[in-house]
Write a protein that binds this ligand. Structure first.
Ligand code: F6R
Length: 623
C-alpha cells in the first residue's frame, strides 16, 4: 500500500510531485522520495523520517538548484512491506549505474529467485526491497539496446506478483514508462497552451486524489498494460506490445471523497479493501515445494519445531483473530494453545519456558498491554513472535520474530481489514507449525493454502450483499440490546460482531459462546430480544441450531449468518445474512463481513461518526 506519482511536461513538475505525494500520505508515510530528470541526468532525493518524511523531502528538494528545472519525474510515499522503513529502502530505487529509477506499489512474488540470479550476474543490491529486482532487470534490458518501454515490458514478463510502477531513465529524457497488474494506476493528460505551442503535462498516480485539480481527463490502466508518457501524450500497449485504448475514468469526486475512494468514510473504504488486504497478506507465502516463505519470521525452523506450547496474547479485535488461530493451531499442528487478553497475561503468573511460543497479535504493534505481555514472556525465555501490520513497530523490533499482515494503513479506528488480515496470517503460521511438527504433508498444506487464496473472492461476494445487510440493519434502529452467539470458530466471530456494534453504534451487545447461554444469560431472553447467530456450516452447526431454537422459543427475534442456499438455517431465522461457504476453519474471515456491515450501517443510520467513535483511539499506549 504505497502511493506513486509521475509527471512529465513543461510545468512545475517538482511541485506536482510533492503536492501529489502530500495527497497520497494516507497510503503510508514511512518514507517519501522523488527521482527527477534534469539535463539528461537523473537526480534522486529520499527521506525516511516517518510522519516528517515528506516535509524533510521537500527541504532536500528545495535546497537542490537543479530540482526546480526538472521536466520529468516520479515520486513515492511508502508503506513498508519488504524491508525496514529506512532511507535505503525508500523509493525511487536505482540501478547499478544510477541512470534508471523505479517507484513501485505492490509485491513482487518471485523476488528471491530473481535476486539470486541478478547477484550472480554481478548486480549489487542496495536495498532489502522486492522492488529492486525490477530496476536491475530494466538495466539489463537497456544494456542490450532495448528502449525503455521494451525494457519494462521484458521485465514484467519475468516477474510474478502485483505492481503499479513507474520508471524513468537518464537516456530517454521526457519519458516515463508505467504499468500495472492488480495495483491501480491512473493516467491523466493536462492541456497545454491554447495555441498548441506548449504541450501539456502527462501525469500518472496510484490514486485519483493525487491528480485532482490538475486535470479531469483521466484514464485507468488495465492489468498488464504499459503506458509511455511524454509531455501532453500517452501511448498504451499490452505486454506483447499491441496498442490498446485505455478506459476513460469519469470522476466527479472532490478531494475528500477521492481520499476515501468514493466511500462516505474510511471505515467503508477499508471494509471494501478487505479482499485486497487478504491477497496481499498471502502473496508469495507458499513456495513451490509446499513449504512456507515467512522471511521476517527470524525464528529458526529448528526452534519452532521444539515448541511444545503456544500462548496468544492480544486485545480487542486482535484477540478475536487470536481466538480463531487457537482453533487452527490446535487442530492442524496439535499444539496446546492458550489465549489471553494481553492486559491480564502478566498478572496471572503464566507458566512459560524456552519451549513456549508466545504470539502477540497487534495491528499497530504499539498496544502497551500486548507489548508488556510480550516482555513478560521474554523474561521467561519463551520465543516471542508478533503479527503486526506496521513494519518496525515497537513489537516488531522487540520480538524474536515477526509476521507482517499487509493490509496497508487503516485510518478508521475500528479494525476491519487488519482483523481479517490477522486471521489469514495466523492461519498461515498455523500451517507452518503443523508442517514443522510433522502433522501436515505438503500436499495438504498446499490444498488449504489454495482455500486461503480463495478467500478474497468469497469476501468480495459477501461484500456484494451490502445493500441487503444495510436494509436488515436499519430494521433494528429501535433496538438497544443485542446478543451475538456462535460456537467453535463462530464464537470469535460473534465476539467481533458484538464489539463492532458496541464501538461504532454505541449499542449494548453481548458476545457469547452459544452453549453457555443456558448457564445464565438466557434469563435475559424475552419477546423482543434480538439475537444474532453465526450459523454457517462449521463443526457445531447442529448444536448451534439447538441453541437458536432455545432463544426462538422464548420469543427472541433471530438474525442468522447462513451459508448461501442453506434453507434449513434460513427457516429458523427472522432475517438472514447470506455468505458463501469455505473450509470451516477459514469461515470466520467470511462470516464476520456481514457483521461488520451490520454494525457499520446501523451506526451510520444512528448518525454516528464511524471513523472516529467516541472515547476510542486507534493506538492504545496506556495500560
Ligand atoms: C476494535 C479495535 C481494538 C483493537 C485493540 C488492539 O475495532 O480496533 O479493539 O483491536 O485496541 O489494537 P492493536 O491490534 O493495535 O494491538
Amino acid at each position: 500500500m504505497c502511493g506513486i506519482i509521475g509527471a512529465t511536461g513543461q510545468g512545475c513538475v517538482t511541485e506536482i510531485l510533492l503536492e501529489g505525494l502530500a495527497r497520497l500520505e494516507y497510503r503510508g508515510y514511512d518514507s517519501a522520495g522523488v527521482a527527477l530528470q534534469a539535463d539528461g541526468d537523473l537526480w534522486r532525493a529520499r527521506a525516511a523520517t516517518g510522519t516528517r518524511s515528506l516535509e524533510d523531502l521537500r527541504k532536500i528538494v528545495d535546497g537542490a538548484p537543479d530540482a526546480g528545472g526538472a521536466l520529468t519525474g516520479i515520486g513515492h510515499t511508502r508503506w513498508a512491506t519488504h524491508g525496514h522503513p529506512t532511507e535505503e529502502n525508500a523509493h525511487p530505487i536505482m540501478d547499478c549505474s544510477g541512470r534508471v529509477a523505479v517507484v513501485h506499489n505492490g509485491i513482487i512474488e518471485n523476488w528471491r529467485e530473481l535476486t539470486a540470479r541478478l547477484a550472480s550476474d554481478g548486480h549489487v543490491r542496495t536495498s532489502d526491497t522486492d522492488t529492486e529486482v525490477l530496476v536491475h532487470l530494466v538495466e539489463e534490458e537497456l544494456a542490450t539496446g532495448a528502449s525503455l518501454v521494451e525494457a519494462v515490458r521484458a521485465t514484467l514478463r519475468e516477474v510474478s506478483g502485483t505492481f503499479a510502477l513507474a520508471v524513468v531513465c537518464a537516456g530517454e529524457p521526457g519519458t516515463i514508462v508505467a504499468a500495472r497488474r492488480v495495483s491501480p494506476l491512473v493516467i491523466g493528460l493536462a492541456d497545454g497552451d491554447p495555441e498548441g505551442e506548449v504541450a501539456g503535462e502527462a501525469l500518472l498516480a496510484s490514486d485519483i486524489p493525487a491528480l485532482l485539480g490538475r486535470t479531469r481527463r483521466l484514464w485507468a490502466l488495465e492489468d498488464d498494460q504499459v503506458v509511455e508518457l511524454r509531455p501532453g501524450s500517452m501511448r498504451v500497449t499490452t505486454l506483447a506490445g499491441k496498442e490498446v485504448e485505455p478506459s476513460v475514468l469519469q470522476v466527479n469526486w472532490d478531494l475528500e471523497a477521492a481520499e476515501k475512494g468514493g466511500h462516505p468514510d474510511f471505515m467503508g473504504k477499508e471494509i471494501h479493501e478487505q479482499p485486497r488486504a487478504l491477497s496481499d497478506t498471502l502473496l508469495g507465502r507458499l513456495l513451490p515445494d509446499g513449504t512456507f516463505a515467512l522471511d521476517e519470521l527470524r525464528i529458526s525452523d529448528e526452534d519452532l519445531s521444539r515448541v511444545d506450547k503456544v500462548f496468544i496474547v492480544a486485545c480487542g479485535s486482535s484477540y478475536h483473530a487470536g481466538l480463531v488461530a487457537k482453533y487452527a493451531i490446535e487442530h492442524w499442528a496439535r499444539l496446546p494453545t492458550e489465549i489471553d487478553i494481553a492486559s491480564e497475561f502478566r498478572y496471572r503468573d503464566p507458566v512459560l519456558d524456552s519451549r513456549t511460543l508466545v504470539i502477540g497479535v497487534s495491528q499497530s504493534g504499539e498496544t502497551i498491554d500486548t507489548l508488556q505481555a510480550m516482555r513478560e514472556a521474554r523474561q521467561w525465555s519463551a520465543k516471542v513472535l508478533v503479527i503486526s501490520n506496521v513494519v518496525d513497530s515497537s513489537m516488531a523490533r522487540e520480538a524474536d520474530g515477526v509476521l507482517y499482515t499487509r493490509a496497508g494503513p487503516e485510518v478508521g479506528v475500528a479494525s476491519t481489514k487488519t482483523h481479517l488480515a490477522q486471521i489469514v496470517a495466523l492461519e498461515v503460521l498455523a500451517l507452518h507449525l503443523a508442517q514443522l511438527h510433522g502433522r501436515m504433508p505438503p500436499a495438504d498444506a498446499r490444498m488449504l493454502f489454495g482455500d486461503l487464496e480463495g478467500l478474497p473472492d468469497l469476501v468480495e461476494l459477501a461484500l456484494a450483499r451490502e445493500k441487503d445487510v444495510a436494509e436488515i440493519a436499519c430494521r433494528f434502529l429501535g433496538t438497544r440490546d443485542f446478543f451475538f452467539l456462535g460456537r467453535h470458530v463462530g464464537y470469535p466471530v460473534a465476539l467481533e460482531g458484538a464489539l463492532k456494534l458496541k464501538e461504532i453504534a454505541y449499542l449494548r451487545a453481548e458476545g457469547y459462546p452459544a452453549g453457555e447461554l443456558k448457564h445464565g444469560p438466557i434469563a435475559l431472553i424475552e419477546p423482543g430480544a434480538v439475537v444474532v447467530g453465526v450459523a454457517t456450516r462449521t463443526r457445531l452447526w447442529e448444536k448451534m441450531m439447538g441453541n437458536v431454537a432455545e432463544v426462538r422459543s422464548r420469543g427472541a427475534t433471530v438474525v442468522l449468518v447462513a451459508n448461501d442456499g442453506d434453507s434449513d438455517t434460513a427457516d429458523q431465522a427472522d432475517e438472514v445474512l447470506w455468505v458463501p461457504s469455505t473450509d470451516p476453519l477459514l469461515a470466520p474471515v467470511i462470516d464476520v463481513v456481514p457483521l461488520q456491515l451490520f454494525a457499520y450501517h446501523l451506526a451510520r443510520a444512528h448518525g454516528h461518526d464511524v471513523d472516529r467513535p467516541r472515547n476510542l483511539a486507534k493506538t492504545v499506549t496506556v495500560e
